[in-house]
Design a protein around this ligand. Structure first.
Ligand SMILES: [Zn+2]
Length: 117
């Protein structure tokens, strides 16, 4: 007989290790608050796999991941097609290194950023 875990969305109660037949209806009434907030938690393992309650969710998840990879790939190709090397801000106008800038006072830094000198 499969064992099910339930959770209550009203009071957050966790009801675990509920022995039920596959044919038994899901419990809905929370033993703690008596609201109809109980839902079956998929705990993994063979019985939840057989119940198939998560199949559509996992397929959708896989699709999202696949699309994300596809998009990343397309963007990488776009970047390869027209490379626009982004210079760091401190090289935009002047030619001082980060080390030089770190030695500056705040005033000098501001001037350097504004005027590149
Ligand atoms: Zn409850």
């Amino acid at each position: 007989m499969p064992v099910y875990d339930y959770e209550c969305r009203d009071c957050g109660a966790e009801v675990s290790d509920v022995f039920q037949k596959v044919t038994d209806p899901e419990l809905t009434t929370c033993p703690l608050c008596n609201e109809e907030g109980l839902f079956r938690v998929v705990t993994g393992g063979l019985h939840s796999f057989m119940a198939g309650s998560n199949t559509i969710g996992s397929i959708a998840d896989r699709n999202t991941r696949f699309n994300k990879n596809k998009i990343n790939e397309m963007e990488a190709k776009k970047r390869e097609a027209n490379p626009t090397p982004e210079k760091p801000w401190y090289h935009k106008q002047g030619d001082k290194s980060m080390k030089d800038i770190n030695k500056m006072t705040d005033k000098q830094k501001a001037k350097y950023i504004m005027e590149g000198d």
